[in-house]
Ligand binder design. Structure first.
Ligand SMILES: [Zn+2]
Ligand SMILES: [Zn+2]
Length: 176
């Protein structure tokens, strides 16, 4: 068997060869990414596609691996998990504060927050604003230091969602 000495870009221009490559392709989940293995006939063989349909190789959105992931999902393949709020597997497509493009900034990367990035308009300031926004949303989602204790539907519960009509209040809780 001859190895096709052909680049991913060539596949883009040769639909028949691309179709053959897509039949051989293996897509697996890798963290928050899709790992795409075209087999040894394709260079580069291994590709990593994020949830925003961008490949980490130089072809980016134009990479055939993006198409392979779309086919895999259409065939019922398992979706890559959503990262927790405030965690960035890669720099976001658009700044969550102003919508401008972002660029990767390794000096802001961390294990807990993932890939650092800065906004092309608002710089690192928008990165930190986005992180603060997430913290505020988390705090808003849990407004209690101690939640109310109520009897609801015949059961005693901690009312993290607050006191509702019809609750029998045993303890009114301490809000933040
Ligand atoms: Zn690629
Ligand atoms: Zn921005």
């Amino acid at each position: 068997m001859t190895t096709l000495d052909i680049s991913a870009f060539k596949f883009k221009l040769d639909p028949t060869a691309l179709q053959m490559a897509l039949q051989e392709v293996k897509v697996t989940l890798s963290g928050y990414f899709y790992a795409v293995d075209f087999g040894p006939g394709m260079r580069p063989q291994h590709h990593r596609v994020d949830k925003h349909r961008r490949c980490s190789c130089y072809l980016g959105e134009a990479c055939p691996a993006v198409q392979a992931v779309a086919d895999y999902l259409r065939a019922g393949g398992e979706r890559a998990p959503d990262p927790p709020p405030g965690y960035y597997p890669v720099a976001p497509v658009a700044c969550p504060i102003c919508g401008a493009a972002t660029i990767f900034d390794n000096s802001l990367s961390s294990k807990r927050r993932g890939a650092g990035w800065r906004c092309t308009k608002g710089g690192a300031g928008h990165y930190w604003q986005a992180q603060v926004k997430v913290l505020k949303e988390k705090a808003a989602a849990n407004p209690w230091i101690f939640p109310p204790v109520v009897v609801r539907g015949g059961r005693q519960i901690n009312a993290w969602d607050g006191i509702q009509t019809g609750d029998q209040v045993l303890y009114s809780g301490v809000p933040k």
